[in-house]
Design a protein around this ligand. Structure first.
Ligand code: SDX
Length: 392
């Protein structure tokens, strides 16, 4: 029990862990990071400030944020030999395949931050992972389009640096568009952490065995890739494009309701939210703002708005409490900024790294922490004796 939040003993006895980082009330559609509501953070904070908040528990003072930004900027470059890893992939490799491989390999290059018993090494590994994810993701994109890698430019903000490494080229100067930078930073904030989702639980479980932090984050990236989880943003935009016209929405809603049809509305529904995902609201507002400010129109946004209206007034979705989630509108913004759909989940992984790292630190620094060991309900054969092959 902690004042405002009291759990029934039944809940805590089945909870996978105790955490002070993120609180979700799925019925009320509430999401708090260290007590701060997600919409206030998305509107007023920055991704680096939220990263500090998740890691250290409080919003930083001005000098603390400046020092944090400086420390992160010291780790944005990737060991030069890691660049050769990219050349081992086919050009059409999915960026998430590259991220799994390259992040997992980091432990082979940064031996001075793999001893999890040393708090200083844990902190350096945490800073390295947060700092290098934009560089790794941008390099995956550049490699896929056959353009040269750009080194980080630490005179830019964390997000501005990422945009330049992604969309800049050595032959031209690159101006960070402040509208795009603000939208990208807000998208990172909205994806930063989300309590014990599948990929965060994967990171915690891997960490509980004492695996090094780079390997744990690589495990989280692998889990996030699935279309039921982080892969939904790519699947949602592909679905909206496939629907293509508001006249075809009813056909897809009918398919989503048909028990015999495996099709589900991507970007809809959630394990925990049985109300509107608070992140989806901010994402929809941001999609409208970005398209307006960039003077772009996207017929897919009209399809998304109409689909949301139709679904939310349909008794199937009302009864099952299915609402748009964080992935429903994000793809529209990412597409407007210029990312291909294959990069969408890699961007989710980039942002969620701050949550994974914060949750890993919380778990690994708990002296009571034991190796995770999920239990099962055994429904197999009762004990029986071996039968030689000739007698089966
Ligand atoms: C993320 O955990 C997290 O916090 C994850 C995440 C994070 O920040 O880390 O929030 C990010 O992963 C968001 C979710 C992204 N995934 C998608 O948008 C994929 C589409 N959504 C579905 O696959 C589904 O909603 C899940 C996987 C998200 C949840 O699936 P569940 O647990 O089966 O949902 P449920 O138990 O609430 O389902 C209730 C019913 C079921 O029908 P019945 O078996 O009761 O008849 O609703 C149905 C489901 O089949 N249903 C859907 C549906 N989602 C659930 N029917 C049609 N379309 C959908 N999208």
């Amino acid at each position: 029990e902690s004042g405002m939040f009291t759990y029934d003993p039944g809940f805590t006895s089945t909870a996978s862990c105790q955490s002070a980082i993120t609180y979700i009330d799925g019925d009320e559609g509430i999401l708090l990071h260290r007590g701060y509501p997600i919409d206030q953070l998305a509107e007023q904070s920055s991704f680096m400030e939220v990263a500090y908040l998740l890691l250290h528990g409080d919003l930083p003072k001005k000098n603390e944020l400046e020092e944090f930004n400086y420390i992160i900027s010291r780790h944005t470059m990737l060991h030069e030999q890691l660049a050769t890893f990219y050349r081992g992939f086919r050009r059409d490799a999915h960026p998430m395949a590259i991220m799994c491989g390259v992040v997992g390999a980091l432990s082979a290059f940064y031996h001075d931050s793999t001893d999890i018993t040393d708090p200083q090494q844990r902190l350096i590994a945490s800073h390295r992972l947060i700092a290098k994810m934009p560089t790794i993701a941008a390099m995956a994109y550049k490699y896929s389009i056959g353009q040269p890698f750009l080194y980080p430019d630490n005179s830019l903000s964390y997000t501005g640096n990422f945009l330049r490494m992604t969309f800049g080229v050595p032959a031209e100067p690159y101006e960070v568009n402040p509208i795009v930078e603000k939208a990208m930073d807000r998208i990172f904030i909205l994806h930063a952490d989300h309590e014990q989702n599948a990929s965060t639980s994967t990171v915690r479980l891997a960490g509980s065995s004492g695996a090094n932090p780079f390997a744990c984050i690589a495990a989280g990236i692998a889990c996030l890739w699935g279309p039921a989880h982080g892969g939904a943003n790519e699947a949602a935009l592909n679905m909206l494009r496939e629907i293509g016209d508001v006249k075809r929405i009813k056909e897809y809603v009918a398919r989503a309701k048909d028990k015999n049809d495996p099709f589900r509305l991507m970007g809809f529904g959630h394990r925990v939210y049985k109300n509107y995902d608070p992140r989806a609201k901010v994402m929809q507002q941001t999609a409208e703002e970005v398209l307006k400010e960039l003077k772009l129109s996207d017929p897919v946004l009209d399809v998304a708005r109409e689909l949301e209206q139709i679904a939310l007034s349909d008794e199937y979705f009302i009864e099952k409490k299915l609402y748009p989630n964080v992935d429903f509108y994000s793809g529209i913004i990412l597409n407007a900024i210029g990312f291909p759909t294959e990069m969408f989940t890699a961007l989710f992984a980039l942002a969620r790294t701050v949550g994974w790292v914060a949750q890993w630190n919380e778990m690994i620094s708990d002296p009571e922490q034991k190796i995770g060991r999920p239990r099962q309900l055994y429904v197999g054969a009762t004990q029986r004796d071996y039968v030689p092959a000739g007698k089966r």
